[in-house]
Design a protein around this ligand. Structure first.
Ligand SMILES: CCCCCCCCC/C=C/C(=O)SCCNC(=O)CCNC(=O)[C@H](O)C(C)(C)COP(=O)(O)OP(=O)(O)OC[C@H]1O[C@@H](n2cnc3c(N)ncnc32)[C@H](O)[C@@H]1OP(=O)(O)O
Ligand SMILES: Cc1cc2nc3c(=O)[nH]c(=O)nc-3n(C[C@H](O)[C@H](O)[C@H](O)COP(=O)(O)OP(=O)(O)OC[C@H]3O[C@@H](n4cnc5c(N)ncnc54)[C@H](O)[C@@H]3O)c2cc1C
Length: 667
């Protein structure tokens, strides 16, 4: 059976059209699986169509040819046009639709509302009391004010307990005095802080009567609402250009005894009374919830970043012809090479796997916030923290690798900004650092793992959360031909062994006299390995669960091929653990390799449509190489001709320097 991909156009590159015609599933149906529902997938398409009809929402020129200032101005122009069409384009308070709108119209290089939507509003939702929400949330949602999230300092990002910005309570005036005591206490990095925001959530050490209560969130007005000038006592600015993400004005911020009212401490979960008495929150880390929110989104966001790079690389690989196989009369599509498939298809599988995890963790966070806000139930916090800590680290790492492979898969043209892959890479790998440096977060995940192993060792397996239950599974001999469950069993054994080994090592150092912290550091590499395996097991299981739940037969069949590739690729990737521990034999390894190669062949006819299913518009992709029409050579030539360097035949640099230099050399 073949499905006509609905958007096949007569004028498209015939090589791509051929790929689209041979797909074995309907890309609209696949989009429903990717985006979690038929309704949202359809809304996305509708929004994309509406955007295409508004000329003012198209880029005025390629972002690659813009300076940083031009990028920021362009993003603001587009935001302004968007605000005129907001209600016509999306349902007003729908976060997913708003994200899609921004991703498509403004793209990934950052914009003044990026942190407003991802952290400022979510912090008000999770941390502000009803009264405080009344005061600020409505204004924020209507975009009367622009906010950001100012936590990281020049001297500290990971170790929040050592943040130096202080918020000292003054009972006589009922104010907090915000102060930056040293240069290292300057807030540094917050997105949209430098030039755009006029408000910020500031994380500062709450000090009452000389006692420190640790980091707490405050809402702080930074700039005059009319003039946008910084308020007296505030030093604020942009931190300069970055590896990518240069449409964002990441900033610095300092306070000189800057006073804010008592009511600006966000008080849903804790309070400071007028006399300075402190009511503590129901969970010590509840003030960290905005980070958990972003981490819970990262599997989805990173999956979409990698998907963009793969759409570009797979489409290009289907039109790029180089070299021969059997038929010497026509060069082959490079996508037909096994090495090209092996470079790209495992990442396609990971994209789907990450997105399925993201759909789950986004929901888990929403449930957690409801539980906490409505019922004061914080019991889900620890599990979600350890899960999202591991997930953000594993997903960002593999996304970076996958995007870089996608770039190389495009040969020379991948290195050109025309492919846009370098920008996607630069933006995606920021995720290895932001919302918790990956090693630091893997070690957070390891804390939960070690605790779970200790429970098993102490004879209390019944206390394990469902995610940790595999730590009690006995060793078994597994027949891999049985299917996905067999792979899960092997993976469980590998992950379990590593968690026990790392814990054993930790205990060994402690028994030898090291403090837990020192022993922890001596075992840290082994602990991070355990966290990665634990997280990859979760990803694998989520992928299986999701594929099992699909009802459309042809979509399910295509995803089953992808799942099989994922299972074999993942197991092969961790085979050294399995071989070392005798969990797998070399015969089983050979079986896995053969399965992997045959999965590549099965996926080959669907590769383009598996990526088309993400339904990224050309506007969102911003890639000359990856455009839907596949006319790469014409498109590249037009793009190069439009380069600012080509607007005159002889550059001033030539007249001013090279010509005189050459003339001098003649003398
Ligand atoms: C256009 C494109 C758009 C894209 C838009 C992209 C926007 C990007 C914006 C980026 C924004 C940012 O980066 S904002 C800044 C982000 N910063 C970070 O993520 C900082 C990372 N650091 C931290 O989170 C913390 O410091 C951490 C490492 C967890 C350590 O904290 P502490 O020292 O306070 O805690 P510890 O002593 O280690 O742990 C004590 C216990 O608390 C638990 N614990 C710690 N955090 C917890 C939490 N959140 N929820 C529950 N429990 C938690 C631990 O598991 C321990 O449990 P037990 O083991 O049971 O004791
Ligand atoms: C693009 C981008 C956007 C950002 N946006 C924001 C924002 O909007 N708001 C905001 O507040 N911040 C923001 N940040 C800051 C970001 O959250 C921090 O940079 C991040 O949390 C890492 O902290 P750090 O820079 O202090 O790294 P460090 O902790 O100094 O890391 C340096 C090295 O030390 C290692 N290390 C540190 N601690 C440990 C440990 N305990 N055990 C083992 N190894 C350790 C790390 O693994 C790493 O290799 C942003 C950063 C970037 C890059």
């Amino acid at each position: 059976m073949s499905f006509l991909n609905k958007e096949i156009c007569d004028g498209d590159n015939p090589d791509l059209t051929e790929e689209r015609r041979t797909a074995t599933f309907d890309t609209d149906r696949m989009a429903q699986v990717i985006y979690g529902s038929e309704k949202f997938a359809a809304r996305r398409r509708q929004i994309t169509k509406s955007i295409s009809r508004i000329p003012a929402l198209q880029d005025t020129k390629p972002l690659a040819f813009m300076t940083r200032e031009e990028k920021i101005t362009e993003a603001c122009r587009e935001l302004d046009v968007l605000s005129d069409h907001w209600e016509q384009l999306i349902y007003v308070n729908d976060e997913e639709e708003a994200l899609h709108l921004h991703r498509e119209v403004i793209g990934m290089e950052g914009h003044p509302f990026a942190l407003h939507e991802t952290m400022f509003i979510p912090t008000l939702v999770s941390q502000a009391s009803d009264e405080q929400q009344e005061k600020w949330l409505g204004r924020a949602r209507k975009r009367e004010i622009i906010g950001c999230y100012a936590q990281t300092e020049l001297g500290h990002g990971s170790n929040l307990r050592k943040l130096e910005t202080t918020a000292t309570y003054s009972p006589s005036t009922q104010e907090f005095i915000l102060h930056t005591p040293t240069i290292t206490a300057l807030k540094w990095w917050p997105g949209a802080l430098g030039k755009s925001s006029n408000y910020a959530i500031v994380m500062a050490d709450l000090v009452i009567k000389n006692k420190s209560y640790g980091p707490h969130p405050f809402i702080v007005q930074l700039r005059d609402e009319k003039t946008h000038q910084p308020l007296p006592g505030i030093t604020v600015g942009d931190i300069g250009p970055k590896m990518a993400f240069n449409g964002a004005d990441n900033g610095f911020l300092g306070f000189d005894h800057f006073r804010i009212p008592r009511g600006n401490l966000l008080m849903r979960h804790n309070r400071v009374e007028p006399d300075g008495s402190y009511l503590k929150p129901p969970h010590a880390k509840i003030g960290y919830s905005s980070m958990v929110k972003v981490r819970s989104r990262m599997a989805m966001d990173q999956g979409l970043f990698m998907a963009q790079a793969l759409v570009i690389a797979v489409r290009y690989s289907a039109v790029r012809r180089q070299g021969f196989l059997e038929d010497k009369s026509q060069e082959v599509k490079v996508l037909d090479y096994q090495t090209q498939q092996h470079r790209l298809f495992p990442s396609i599988a990971r994209v789907y796997a990450f997105i399925f995890c993201g759909l789950e963790t986004i929901q888990l966070y929403e449930k957690l916030i409801l539980d906490v806000n409505k019922n004061g139930d914080t019991s889900g916090m620890a599990d979600l923290h350890s899960l999202t800590s591991g997930l953000k680290s594993v997903v960002t790492h593999f996304t970076g690798q996958g995007i870089e492979q996608a770039r190389m898969a495009c040969g020379g043209h991948g290195y050109s900004m025309a492919s846009y892959i370098s920008e996607i890479y630069g933006v995606a790998v920021a995720g290895c650092t932001y919302e918790g440096e990956n090693m630091v977060m893997l070690l957070q995940c390891a804390r939960a793992l070690v605790k779970a192993v200790e429970l098993v060792e102490e004879g209390h397996p019944e206390k394990l959360s469902p995610m940790m239950a595999y730590l009690t599974k006995p060793s078994v001999t597994v027949d891999l031909t049985v299917g996905p469950e067999a792979y899960v069993k092997i993976f469980q054994l590998i992950a379990k062994k590593q968690a026990f080994k790392a814990t054993e090592q930790l205990h060994k150092f402690m028994v030898a006299g090291d403090s837990r912290d020192v022993a922890w550091n001596k075992s840290a590499v082994e602990l991070t390995k355990a966290s990665r395996l634990h997280t990859r097991l979760y990803i694998l299981k989520t992928f299986i669960r999701r594929v099992e739940s699909i009802t459309d037969i042809s979509v399910k069949a295509a995803l089953t091929d992808l799942l099989n590739l994922h299972l074999n690729y993942e197991l092969l990737d961790v085979a050294s653990y399995a071989l070392a521990d005798g969990i797998m034999s070399s015969t089983q390894m050979d079986f896995i390799k053969n399965q992997l190669y045959s999965s590549l062949e099965k996926i080959r006819p669907n590769a383009v449509s598996l990526m088309d299913s993400f339904q990224f518009s050309d506007l969102q992709l911003r890639s000359v190489l990856g455009r839907r029409d596949g006319h790469v050579y014409q498109n590249l030539f037009e793009w190069a001709k439009s380069s600012p360097l080509n607007q005159s035949e002889v550059l001033p640099s030539v007249t001013q320097y090279l010509k005189p230099m050459m003339e001098k050399s003649k003398l």
